[in-house]
Design a protein. Structure first.
Length: 253
């Protein structure tokens, strides 16, 4: 169990609950409380085949995912999370199907099922859990939506390629690009201006570039990222083994 220091400061009671439930429900639990001298990389070193359980917000989860990805160990063992933090700070965990209640999330770690999730990795070493958008969706847009509709969309000139197939070029502006991993491939949707028509594709990799070296920003993992002049995202099918609650059995009658 890896406890993020921000979680202790934000909601110490939830951290205590998670620790008590997990330690009572499993034997040999090793508790690691991160501090300034001990980062996520150090905490995950030498874990062997132990299940890693992150107690913290989305940033802590993504740090763990990034470390495991960089070491080629993301799919080696299941990863659990007990989300701790205000609603917006645990939006990614919630979208992945993890309860945001400390008791329910801890019990899910103990009795849940391992779910293999497709992820997107980029050429800068980043990992995207869920969908990404260019530009960022409005704050009230659904995190699970493949596309968002803006009343006054921002027009951008972007070159978008999916497995080498040109979906958009800089001679025709677009109001947005959406990419998410699903069923082993990336689902890409490009919305063109001014008619609002869509071009979609499924591919193993997607490259987006700005015109003449111009930079663009994007939103992934519930945060704004960039600017960057070009970025390539590649699908990693089933790369993340996340422990989530078991589906409720259908009842007769």
């Amino acid at each position: 169990m890896v406890i993020d220091p921000t979680a202790r400061q934000t909601d110490g009671e939830s951290v205590r609950i998670a620790r008590d439930v997990l330690c009572a429900g499993a034997s040999g639990v090793k508790v690691c409380v991160l501090d300034r001298s001990q980062g996520m990389t150090h905490a995950l070193r030498g874990r062997g085949d132990r299940r890693v359980v992150i107690v913290g917000d989305d940033r802590a989860l993504l740090r763990a995912v990034g470390v495991l990805h960089s070491r080629g160990e993301l799919a080696a063992s299941p990863l659990g999370i007990v989300p701790v933090g205000p609603g917006p700070s645990v939006a990614v965990a919630r979208a992945l199907g993890v309860p945001t209640d400390a008791v329910a999330a801890s019990r899910a770690v103990l009795t849940g099922a391992d779910r293999r999730l497709d992820v997107l990795t980029d050429d800068a070493g980043g990992v995207v859990l869920g969908a990404l958008g260019i530009p960022a969706p409005r704050p009230r847009a659904s995190a699970a939506a493949l596309w968002w509709r803006a009343k006054h969309p921002v027009r951008q000139r972007l070159r978008v390629e999916a497995d080498g197939r040109l979906l958009a070029d800089v001679d025709r502006p677009v109001s947005g690009v959406s990419v998410r991993a699903a069923d082993g491939l990336a689902e890409v949707v490009v919305r063109h201006c001014p008619d609002g028509s869509d071009t979609s594709a499924r591919a193993t990799s997607v490259t987006v570039s700005g015109p003449a070296g111009a930079a663009f920003s994007y939103r992934a993992n519930a945060v704004d990222l960039g600017p960057t002049r070009t970025r390539t995202w590649t699908v990693r099918p089933g790369a993340l083994r996340l422990t989530v609650p078991r589906p409720r059995s259908a009842t007769l009658g």
